[in-house]
Design a protein around this ligand. Structure first.
Ligand code: ATP
Ligand code: MG
Length: 260
């Protein structure tokens, strides 16, 4: 069953220096329980797409249905069913980790008692238990990232959008996050839509990859299928395959020597 369907989804930003076509028409279907890796070079339109799919930014073209609700006509319905962990999270630096988690639960209308219990549960899952009384502003980068992820899970969303969830995490925390994402899918049937620049992560975690470039889908399929088709062989690395698809990062031979 498809839980996310987009058709011609587009976003143009009006700027003083003219229009910026960040997303130029994305047609995408995501099945329930799928882990989708949404990849692409810097500026490809990944975050803009996620912000549209999570109702934070109105599209300027196209349509989408997310968790059975129309993005434009029923954004509140979409919001209830999804979780979003932004590329840069926004927590209050002065309140404690516990208070931030409980407040998020209260926003989703949990009683204080249930919000407190849920906070403790998530702290266990994301290794935050020892940090519960620390102000958010005092967390390390990786600890903050784990808190951002916990905040996105408070209301047990059916679809979880993660924008570069493991940037800045140490290798152990990254492995734990991969495990958590797999458990969310296996134990709760959660659909996960994630962006990452770590291709080993995409390879290990995603059931299917969508590669965007300049606001359009450049390729999609399983990692093995993309390697065979674009990388030259099923044994190609995902990095070589990615570069073959996007053209970015190809060594340049026609330039003058570096002057620095
Ligand atoms: N509010 C805005 N106004 C004008 N241009 C914008 C705005 N937001 C994004 N853009 C532009 O849209 C394009 C896509 O940006 P987006 O943040 O979606 O890229 P991304 O794929 O998430 O990149 P990264 O991998 O660096 O996070 C970029 O060229 C960006 O500069
Ligand atoms: Mg981004």
């Amino acid at each position: 069953m498809a839980v996310l369907i987009t058709s011609g989804l587009a976003r143009t930003f009006r700027t003083k220096r003219g229009p910026v076509e960040a997303v130029r028409g994305i047609d995408l279907t995501v099945e329930a329980g799928e882990i989708l890796g949404f990849l692409g070079p810097n500026g490809a339109g990944k975050t803009t797409t996620l912000r549209m799919l999570t109702t934070l930014l109105p599209p300027t073209g196209g349509t989408a249905t997310v968790a059975g609700h129309d993005l434009t006509h029923d954004p509140a319905g979409v919001r209830r069913r999804i979780g979003y962990v932004a590329q840069t999270g926004g927590v209050d630096p002065t309140v404690s980790v516990r208070e931030e988690l409980v407040t998020q639960g209260r926003l989703y209308r949990l009683t204080r008692q249930r919000a407190t219990a849920r906070a403790a549960e998530l702290a266990g899952d994301l290794d935050l238990t020892a940090l519960m009384d620390r102000p958010c502003g005092a967390l390390s980068g990786g600890q903050r990232r784990r808190l951002d992820i916990a905040l996105g899970l408070v209301h047990r969303p059916g679809i979880l959008f993660l924008d570069e969830p493991t940037t800045g995490l140490d290798p152990g925390s990254r492995a734990e996050l991969w495990d958590l994402v797999r458990r969310l899918r296996d134990e709760h049937g959660t659909t996960v839509f994630l962006t990452t620049h770590y291709l080993d992560e995409a390879d290990a975690l995603a059931d299917r990859l969508v590669i965007v470039d300049q606001g359009r889908i450049a390729a999609e399929g399983t990692s093995a299928a993309l390697k065979a088709r674009y990388g030259g062989s099923p044994e190609a690395t995902l990095q070589d395959t990615f570069i073959a698809i996007t053209g970015h990062g190809t060594p340049r031979r026609d330039t003058a020597p570096l002057t620095v």
